[in-house]
Design a protein around this ligand. Structure first.
Ligand SMILES: [Zn+2]
Length: 410
């Protein structure tokens, strides 16, 4: 069984955690910011120091390569992202990129021969500063000139201008696409960003799929009226409708969803929104996630029927628009088996789970066989400076990745 060099990986993680760190301990390496560029520069140096090949594609994704790339053999790819949200922790993305680099270093040092070349990729803008997953979407051939032209950050800065400031041309991303036959597999190691592994005291999770979702903007319309002079039985209070919908969420999931289903009413707005006026309109978001496409369809139907029945009973008008729809992605069965075999070899329990968060893997799954390995996040905390994973768990996860990559590439 192969083992990573624990000290070397730890030192890389510590060094990267110092790039873009603010006084509040949060990391600020938003895509194509100065800090992101510093991290990229450092990562390229680490690749060169390891005497691996550096390749930077049109979307500014950084690849480290080991093995023969000239003879059209498909590569086994791993990786994640170096960019962060504002105020991030030190492991989201960084873990997958640096562990991937460490795996290539070990395989190279041991002089192991490979049938398929290996590459680690650091994807640009996974966190979606410019609205998508720019790097992996470019590799998967999902970008168009218009999408690139329209990509702006919340302050209105375009990705073209942000990249231009560092001498990069955003339109070059159109050349970054990889034909599916150039890839054999993609495997990503990532922190869970949820509480499941930590609560169960497990070191490693095998991801079976990545949640899909639908997000609706729901509007219940009643009648705004005087809060003092309108008797209770003559009201059409939109908020009462919304409150009843909220109370039905658990039941709808229990009766129609799977054990993995989750639903959230995350944003609510009442109009006119005054203490002395009966709410005439209640507008709210309903976001529902599951790992299975069919379950999502059944849930969409169940929520539509439930809300419509509540509206009818309360004499409210019900309408909704679909804000987004993301299809769930299943991880590759055969790769899950390889991961499981190495998880057991390392003495860990084999535990299969869905990913609640979005990752580059779901984009990569559209062009190749993809899989993910999770390590625990303490208390489920992520996207915060409190993000933390015990070193023993990181080590186990990286060793699972190392052995999985070697099995796939040897
Ligand atoms: Zn991430």
């Amino acid at each position: 069984m192969l083992k990573i060099n624990s000290q070397r990986l730890q030192s890389d993680i510590d060094t990267l955690a110092g790039i873009g760190r603010a006084e509040n301990h949060g990391l600020y390496r938003q895509a194509f910011s100065d800090n992101d560029m510093l991290a990229r520069q450092w990562f390229c140096q680490r690749i060169e120091q390891a005497q691996l090949q550096v390749h930077i594609d049109g979307a500014a994704n950084i690849h480290a390569r080991l093995g023969e790339f000239a003879n059209n053999k498909p590569s086994v790819m791993t990786g994640s992202h170096l960019d962060t949200i504002p105020g991030a922790g030190h492991l989201d993305g960084a873990l997958g990129v640096l562990s991937g680099l460490e795996c290539l270093r070990v395989i190279q040092e041991q002089g192991l021969s490979l049938t398929y070349p290996l590459e680690v990729v650091s994807f640009s803008d996974e966190e979606g500063r410019f609205g998508g997953m720019f790097g992996s979407q470019a590799i998967a051939g999902q970008l168009t000139p218009k999408r690139i032209y329209d990509a702006v950050d919340p302050d209105g800065l375009s990705i073209s201008d942000a990249m231009q400031a560092h001498g990069l041309n955003a339109m070059d991303a159109l050349n970054a696409n990889r034909p599916p036959e150039s890839l054999k597999a993609f495997v990503e190691l990532h922190i869970e960003q949820g509480p499941v592994l930590h609560r169960q005291g497990l070191s490693v999770g095998i991801v079976e799929g990545i949640n899909g979702l639908f997000k609706w903007l729901v509007r219940l319309k009643g009648q705004a009226n005087h809060a003092g002079s309108t008797p209770m039985d003559m009201r059409r209070d939109a908020f009462h409708g919304l409150a009843e919908v909220a109370m039905q969420v658990d039941r709808v999931l229990e009766e129609n969803g799977s054990a993995r289903s989750v639903a959230t009413i995350g944003h609510v707005q009442l109009s006119p929104g005054a203490a002395n006026v009966i709410p005439g309109v209640a507008e709210f978001t309903l976001e529902v996630r599951d790992i299975d496409e069919q379950v999502l369809e059944i849930l969409a139907d169940a929520f539509r029927r439930t809300i419509s029945a509540i509206a009818r009973r309360r004499d409210l008008m019900f309408e909704f628009e679909v804000l987004s729809r993301i299809h769930p992605v299943k991880c590759d069965r055969a790769i899950q088996e390889v991961i499981k075999q190495h998880v057991l070899e390392l003495g860990c329990a084999d535990f299969t789970m869905p990913s609640g968060a979005a990752h580059d893997s779901q984009i990569m799954a559209t062009i190749t066989s993809a899989a993910m390995i999770f390590v625990p996040s303490k208390e489920g905390r992520s996207h915060s400076p409190d993000e933390w994973t015990a070193w023993e768990d990181i080590e186990q996860g990286a060793n699972v990745l190392l052995n999985t990559l070697y099995t796939l590439a040897k």
